[in-house]
Design a protein around this ligand. Sequence first.
Ligand SMILES: C[S@@+](CC[C@H](N)C(=O)[O-])C[C@H]1O[C@@H](n2cnc3c(N)ncnc32)[C@H](O)[C@@H]1O
Length: 456
Amino acid sequence: MPLFLAGIGASAGGLEAVRALLSHLPLTRKLAYVVAQHQAADFNAQKLVDLVQPNCPLRVEVAQSGRTLLPDHVYWLPAGQDGRVDGKVLLLAPGSGVSKPSVDSLLQSLATNFGSRALGVILSGAGGDGVLGCRAIQAAGGLTMAQSPETARFPGMPTAAIQAGVVDRILDAEKMGNLLLQRLTDREAPPGMATLLELVQRATGVDFRGYKEETLQRRLQRRLNGLKLPGLEAYFELVRRRPEELSQLQQDFLVSLSGFFRDPECFAALSGELKAWLLHHRGPVRVWVPACATGEEVYSLAMLLVEMLGAEQASQRCSLEACDLNSVALETARRGIYSAEAVSKLEPTRLQRHFVSTGNGYRVSELLRSMCRFQQQDVLTAPIPERLDLISCRNLLIYLQSGLQGELLRRFRKSLRPGGLLFLAPSETTGTVGATLFTPVDKQHRLYRSRGGLSA
Ligand SMILES: C[S@@+](CC[C@H](N)C(=O)[O-])C[C@H]1O[C@@H](n2cnc3c(N)ncnc32)[C@H](O)[C@@H]1O
């Protein structure tokens, strides 16, 4: 049975809320929990476990590194340690941030490893830890919830997540157990969803019917919350009065989150493979990046190529075509201007080589911009460029049902030259259909080669 995993983030005033949440949890045989509550470095987490266990129907224990997560268990991260999951194994490492354990790193690893089975919970605390983690969980199709700030001793953490727009549901800690249970059992589309998707397609031309319903439902719920509407009936009523609302919903269905060298170890694996290939390949280098969002992935690939080939060769030989449905995200991609936060994880030498400061941000160099072309296109229907050397399609397949994933992988295979590379994100694989089309080059880092020869 697939395991669901909830990451619970809390800080000051969090114990009370964690206790309220844990004492109302049902046994599910499907769901495990990891608690990241900020604690002073010398604190003994066992004391918290002892306080909570008597009222909690699940087994609560201090987390140990290397343990496989079991359903109906609550793992409490010890003081000074950050926790992350790798598959179903919980790993601990000395915390590096200001607040330890870091809620963001825990939730980000849940998003990567559990995708739509990841749940993020933000309880009482001060500061903004948890915002990035909830954003990652939402982007991976999981569910996020925050304690209603008025019931939190310290409302800062839930408020920061709510204001950042990364929370699907806001409720009291003791009511969260029920919602978690619902999440495990009620994964059917509510009546009316099919009609709504048809209306969206008629209004915008975009067909979301092959997308994962649970993700669409959550995006719809967000829109309903934003409009303060009680349900789909009221939404249909609104659409009758304001048909242009459907275009807004279409944009809201798309999660355009990206980053430079997202999953650096995967980019390192890709870089090694490209370098080896470029040693003997002298012709043009053709790259396609579908679902490029705000462009960081495309520019990261262009940086790698410039670093490998030098500016002159790269500009003459490399072309990177990219597309997305989201016109707002594409506008950012085309301008190529990013905030200081967006570039903060780049190596300083890269920042210096490939960016120009604009005063309040950084613009990617003219060279990189000249190599990359962005178009507004639907990946599912637009023609794909041919004889590609690399398709980098990251964090799109996770939104699609398996039928559509298979269809897209078949088209990718056709557009890649024999032996061309396919680069996916850590929570995606080529699946059973893809196994007949692609051979893994580096399974762990989601790098595959199109079957049918190695010719360049
Ligand atoms: C989470 S972002 C991925 C961004 C980037 N690839 C990365 O991994 O950093 C997913 C993107 O897929 C885009 N998308 C979803 N369906 C699409 C479609 N049918 N055609 C083009 N883009 C699509 C969304 O607009 C969104 O920008």
